[in-house]
Design a binder for this molecule. Structure first.
Ligand code: SAH
Ligand code: SF4
Length: 402
């Protein structure tokens, strides 16, 4: 029987626990601050608590439930991936991406995924299980501590030069040799962005995922603004409608990947359940309800969905008979997944696709790639014991900016 995971408790839950333990209510707030503001990972570090309470916490609860099985880094240390094992043997992955002026954590919401998209490593695993709110929240805490550790180490000037430039202005990076040291002078103090784009489909685990959002957002705790969070969905229309009515303004990204139902169904089985018309209806509802722009993700697969006529079809779809959608398209060159009979679109093809969309007045960027060498890039997270053998080293991959 696993112990109580403190990350699974909202502040009122902690308050009632303290009440049950005969402690004053302010102890709950102290613990909460220790967990989410001080990033304490052990009751022993909560030195503002009485020793007896720390001891009881140690005996009856844990700070977190994830056992770090392996940590890897790429991109000169600026991309850091953790593989965690859960008490029941399931695995999940989290990725921290450090930029000159921000730090983004990519969080998993399920161990594995049931959606079976053909281009995705996680989809090939199938669903192992849903993550608890605590297991989702804990990934952000790991990333925060990891960032702090990295900053300690990166304080040594030599280490900082290891990084590569890859944030920017929507252009391909040609400047492999550009000086980077100056660019990391502004130290990122904390996690500034969180994307639910790791393993799993967040809307298939909606309630637990939302509890994690609330916890991470809570100004009394971790205090990350909802506008700094983005959730990506495979296109579960009911989840999109639900988010439209949710009380916190979390950003929405929708995995589109094809401009017509036939192709989309062949890449993403969920399209049989929620075809494009229904998905776009839900998207319109979301935009009308929230006034917020959505992002459409579009993975480019050589010869499958990257032809200029498909770019035109996509532009028409998004401009729509009912008027243009308030949206932005994020093109993602496909990251290698061993065994998948697919190819990555060539750079010229990506740029041509982007140009068509821009010509049609659709805002469109190409996603920065991170961590390909350690299989930490989009869609490569599968809990494999080592880096994917087929993946080219990160240095061989041209970097794209968004
Ligand atoms: N399940 C959610 C969120 C996780 S996947 C979803 O599907 O949206 C995050 C993004 O990575 C999605 O847009 C997904 O389509 C994309 N992706 C999956 N496999 C990929 C791959 N091999 N290369 C590039 N992007 C991939
Ligand atoms: Fe699941 Fe998203 Fe991968 Fe599809 S792309 S299998 S929904 S994680």
């Amino acid at each position: 029987m696993p112990k109580l995971d403190l990350y699974n408790l909202a502040l009122p839950d902690l308050e009632s626990l303290m009440h049950d333990w005969g402690q004053p209510a302010f102890r709950a707030r102290q613990i909460y601050r220790q967990l989410y503001a001080n990033l304490a990972d052990d009751p022993a570090a909560m030195t503002d608590l009485p020793a007896a309470l720390r001891e009881r916490l140690r005996e009856e609860a844990t700070v977190g439930a994830l056992a770090l099985e392996r940590a890897q880094e790429a991109d000169g240390g600026l991309t850091r991936k953790a593989l965690f094992r859960l008490h029941d043997g399931a695995v999940l992955e989290t990725v921290l991406m450090i930029y000159p002026d921000r730090a983004t954590v990519c969080v998993s919401t399920q161990a594995g995924c049931a959606m079976g998209c053909v281009f995705c490593a996680t989809g090939r695993l199938g669903l192992l299980r849903n993550l608890t709110p605590g297991e989702i929240v804990e990934q952000a805490m790991w990333a925060s501590r990891e960032l702090r550790r990295w900053q300690g180490a990166a304080g040594r000037p030599g280490d900082r030069e290891a990084g590569r430039p890859d944030d920017g202005d929507g252009q391909w990076w040609g400047g492999e040799g550009e000086p980077f040291t100056e660019r990391v002078t502004r130290r990122v103090g904390r996690i500034t962005n969180l994307v639910f784009m790791g393993m799993g489909e967040p809307f298939a685990n909606y309630d637990r995922w939302w509890q994690a959002v609330e916890r991470l957002h809570d100004p009394k705790g971790f205090n990350l603004g909802a506008r700094s969070m983005t959730v990506s969905t495979v296109g579960l229309a009911p989840g999109i409608r639900r988010l439209a009515e949710a009380p916190l303004p979390v950003n929405l990204a929708i995995s589109l990947h094809a401009p017509d139902d036939e192709l989309r169904s062949s890449l993403m089985p969920i399209n049989n359940r929620y075809p494009l018309a229904e998905l776009l209806d839900a998207t319109r509802f979301y935009i009308e309800r929230t006034g917020r722009r959505v992002s459409f993700e579009y993975v480019l697969l050589q010869g499958q969905n990257d032809h200029p006529h498909q770019a035109i079809a996509l532009a028409r779809l998004l401009r729509g008979r009912e008027g243009p959608l308030l949206c932005h398209v994020n093109l993602i060159p496909w990251n290698p997944v061993p065994g998948a009979p697919l190819g990555r679109s060539e750079r010229e093809r990506v740029l041509a696709f982007q140009r068509v969309l821009l010509d049609y007045g659709v805002a469109c960027t190409v996603r920065v790639e991170r961590g390909v060498a350690i299989a930490a890039a989009c869609g490569q997270l599968a809990g494999a014991p080592a880096a994917q053998p087929g993946a080219p080293p990160a240095d061989a991959i041209p970097l794209l900016s968004q």
